[in-house]
Design a binder for this molecule. Structure first.
Ligand code: 9MR
Length: 598
């Protein structure tokens, strides 16, 4: 914590100095213009441990009693390790390190400390022979409850068009920003009924990430994933309170939260034709200011096929889920269903309207020129909603390979939906074909674990922008496969991936803000940067290590799994995003909920 204070003071001084030049250049926008005001020396403090001393990389949050428990020791291949209980001040377990060789993705030689046999609830740390100690961790049947709730609460913290009161937001309370009731139609979005320069109202929704944009494509996978978590773990969600303004109503808080985004999404559809605007943003990224200070004109920009299909998929799913809450939201389920069908029809009539960033727009693109997987995603959702075989035929005709999903690759979400909710609507053979693809992918992921010295199923191509979400999306594949063909290796590999995100990784960071002994303090998130509060807004997972170096920050390592820096400058490794938190929410809910039923 003092580190952030020191950092902020230096930053403020530098900022004052730079203001004159920056104003002159009028480029106080995001991008790594900001490298100038981020002194490098302050950003690598956490990596000052001399390289060649052993480090104990471990999940710093906790383990469920029955799960595998593993730590990775760097630079030491032999010897014993001990598990020390804080409560009893006793060593409760002694084990042998197992040499695992070199992990090429971090260029470290590592060994493994396996203490799965320790199942007694409590707080512990690991110790090596010469006295080196790990971060504290807990073993508890509720190990993931708190972090799960925080990772969902992060969506509340990213709500647009709402003041966050101290009652719900604590020290992160903030004024309302982005009412979005006067959103201008951009030239690229103009139609006869809605000419350029006229206004629509599209309030609410979540800010996409560290910026204040609202993007339909990325909202698609994010909202879907949260709805899936609810649908599959509704008993678990019945027991949670998000401590949000709607908490006292009759609706589970995860659905209250998702509704905030659905209200915005609905307004992104042009009622005149069913087309859906790709995004709602300013022309440029705003400066690093609080939402109420970011007051530049907002626009809806270009309708796109990708936006229409993501919208159709989410609305179709929402129609089903919210049909159970007709009293709370009268007419909504039917409205979502109509909206989904209209968007699908628009996409079928306009199958190749790719998003083309207009010259005067500089915010995130979320451009994608391959849309068969978006068609498959929407078709799967509409099939489950309408039970019309036409949509299943569409899905099957598209014949998309099963891939780990991301915002640009959504066929996997269609597979999740069909295996989870359409078994009774298909022939046994159709179901088996679909389930087999999912299970094959899960088996492949398990082999990746076996081949990795860190014993985490991550390969070089996973280290892209948002690598921690790749880890979580892979964990989703494993956990959903496990629902259809129980295989302890699937859960084991999913736990390894959540361990990775929570600290068993080469950077030693527990990547979720507010959790673990060393977690990010300087996430690329405007409110966290601008609010004057030392601690970042909690519950957000940082994008994670990757060596694309799309910004101009300085990184401590060239290796894909070690190239991460906890610096606001690093939007390519240290931003947060709604599509990265969503699979984290899902995985934590799944691990926690499944363990309760085991
Ligand atoms: O997550 C997106 C990543 O896959 C892309 O490579 C990157 C560059 O186009 O953009 C990422 O998304 C950003 C979006 O464009 C704007 N809001 C912040 C998102 C996370 O960095």
């Amino acid at each position: 914590m003092p580190h952030k204070k020191r950092f902020s003071r230096i930053m403020r001084q530098q900022f004052a100095l730079l203001t004159i030049t920056a104003l002159a250049a009028s480029t106080m926008l995001i991008s790594c213009n900001e490298t100038a005001i981020h002194p490098r020396e302050t950003s690598t403090a956490s990596l000052e441990t001399p390289d060649k001393l052993p480090k104990i990389q471990i999940n710093q949050v906790g383990f469920l009693p029955q799960d595998n428990k593993v730590a990775v020791i760097t630079e030491q291949q032999q010897g014993t390790f001990k598990v020390f209980s804080l409560a009893t001040q006793q060593v409760v377990f002694t084990g042998q390190l197992r040499d695992k060789g070199r992990w090429p993705l971090s260029d470290e030689v590592v060994s493994l400390a396996d203490f799965s046999q320790v199942t007694q609830a409590g707080d512990y740390r690991l110790e090596l022979d010469e006295g080196r100690q790990s971060a504290l961790f807990s073993i508890s049947p509720l190990a993931y409850s708190e972090i799960h709730d925080a990772s969902l609460k992060a969506y509340y913290f990213n709500r647009a068009s709402m003041a966050l009161s101290a009652e719900y937001a604590g020290q992160w309370a903030r004024a309302v920003g982005h009412p979005d009731t006067q959103v201008m139609i951009h030239a690229s979005a103009a139609s006869d009924q809605r000419p350029e320069g006229t206004f629509i109202s599209a309030p609410k929704g979540w800010y996409d990430a560290g910026d204040y944009g609202k993007y339909v494509v990325n909202s698609g996978i994010s909202t879907y994933t949260l709805l899936l978590a609810y649908r599959q773990f509704s008993d678990f969600y019945a027991t949670r309170s998000g401590h949000i303004p709607e908490s006292n109503d009759a609706v589970p808080d995860i659905l209250n939260e998702v509704k905030w985004n659905l209200d915005w999404l609905e307004a992104m559809q042009d009622p005149n034709d069913g087309g859906v605007y790709h995004k709602l943003t300013t022309l440029n990224f705003s400066g690093s200011v609080m939402p109420d200070k970011a007051i530049e004109q907002r626009y809806v920009v270009q309708k796109s096929t990708a936006a229409a299909l993501n919208f159709a998929a989410v609305m179709a799913f929402a129609s089903q889920v919210y049909s159970d809450y007709e009293n709370a939201y009268p007419g909504k389920s039917a409205a979502y269903s109509q909206a989904a069908l209209k968007a699908w029809n628009w996409a079928k009539a306009h199958p190749e309207v790719y998003y083309q960033q207009p010259d005067d727009v500089k915010t995130g693109g979320y451009g994608d020129k391959y849309l068969a997987d978006e068609f498959a995603f929407a078709a799967a959702q509409l099939f489950v909603l309408t039970q019309d075989p036409y949509y299943l035929d569409e899905f099957l005709r598209l014949d998309q390979p099963f891939k780990v999903a991301n915002w640009a690759s959504t066929a996997g979400l269609g597979y999740f939906t069909l295996v989870s909710f359409a078994q009774d609507l298909m022939s046994a053979e159709q179901y088996q074909q679909i389930a087999d693809k999912l299970i094959k992918q899960a088996e492949l992921i398990v082999t990746q674990l076996e081949e990795s010295a860190y014993q985490v199923p991550l390969i070089e191509s996973d280290f892209v922008w948002g690598s921690n979400a790749v880890a979580m999306n892979k964990a989703m594949v494993l956990l959903i496969a496990n629902q259809h063909k129980v295989n302890p290796q699937f859960r084991h590999a999913a736990v390894a991936l959540s361990d990775y995100v929570l600290g068993r990784n080469p950077t030693g960071y527990a990547y979720v803000t507010g959790f673990g002994q060393q977690s990010p303090l300087h996430i690329h998130h405007r409110p966290s940067e601008a609010d004057g509060v030392v601690a970042p807004v909690p519950g957000f997972v940082a994008g994670g290590a990757q060596n694309g170096w799309q910004d101009k920050c300085t990184y401590p390592s060239k290796m894909p799994a070690a190239s991460y820096v906890d610096d606001f400058c690093s939007y390519s490794t240290n931003e947060i995003a709604i599509n990265w938190n969503a699979p984290l929410v899902y995985v934590l809910a799944a691990l926690q909920a499944d363990s309760a039923s085991r």
